[in-house]
Design a protein around this ligand. Structure first.
Ligand SMILES: [Zn+2]
Ligand SMILES: [Zn+2]
Length: 222
């Protein structure tokens, strides 16, 4: 479905990584040929009028609330539960009148279920959460390109790149992933695997393989 993309970015994310994710969003829209159908609305570190009342952050009224509320419900001390944050996207009150995809970029380290950490999380047709945390020790240019790769990977899941009936070049490795030279491969060693995928992406000039592109066009065309 060709809904707009709402981008949100925590205030403590490096501006060049915010730009990197914007670039990735444009890249994937271009790859699937939806330039004129999927609009991107970059909200940045947004807040609505009255987002704090009597010192209390109001529900769903600012990027800060999303992060603070996620921290509040997370069970680990120095990581946020990406599942909780993605669930807030699902329950946004304006989602009903304004269907959209969410793209959220955070600087905090994230976990999900039993994983020690994760770099990104996606919900089919819903949106993505990407954390810059695990890439910050890399040189700036590598941070930029790796974060683009992560955002492309997660958006690929959102757009149904690997549909349930696909049998060609797929494997089940923490979710269904592609085995072609493609950003939808799984990368369990961070940042090493993501540096490799990024190298492949930049060298080939093609983030996605034909099968994944076909999967996304099929999903978006429904
Ligand atoms: Zn994945
Ligand atoms: Zn692929």
């Amino acid at each position: 479905m060709a809904k707009p993309i709402y981008m949100m970015c925590a205030a403590n994310v490096a501006p060049y990584l915010h730009e990197a994710v914007k670039d990735a969003v444009q890249m994937i829209i271009g790859e699937v040929g939806y330039e004129n159908l999927i609009k991107t609305i970059d909200l940045g570190a947004w807040s609505d009028p009255g987002y704090i009342l009597d010192g209390v952050y109001q529900k769903y009224k600012s990027m800060d609330w999303y992060i603070l509320a996620t921290k509040h419900y997370s069970e680990r001390e120095n990581q946020i539960d990406a599942g909780i944050l993605l669930n807030f996207c699902q329950t946004e009150p304006w989602r009903i009148d304004h269907p959209h995809y969410d793209v959220i970029l955070v600087a905090d380290d994230m976990y999900y279920q039993k994983n020690s950490f994760i770099i990104g999380l996606s919900g089919l047709g819903l949106g993505i959460i990407v954390s810059t945390y695990r890439f910050m020790d890399l040189p700036q240019q590598e941070q930029i390109e790796c974060i683009k790769t992560v955002a492309l990977h997660e958006l690929g899941h959102v757009f149904g790149a690997i549909h349930s009936k696909r049998i060609q070049a797929v494997e089940d490795k923490l979710g269904r992933h592609c085995t072609n030279v493609c950003v939808l491969r799984q990368g369990l060693v961070v940042p090493r695997d993501w540096l490799q995928m990024t190298k492949d992406r930049v060298r080939s000039g093609r983030p996605f393989c034909d099968e994944c592109i076909a999967g996304m066009r099929r999903y978006l065309g429904q």
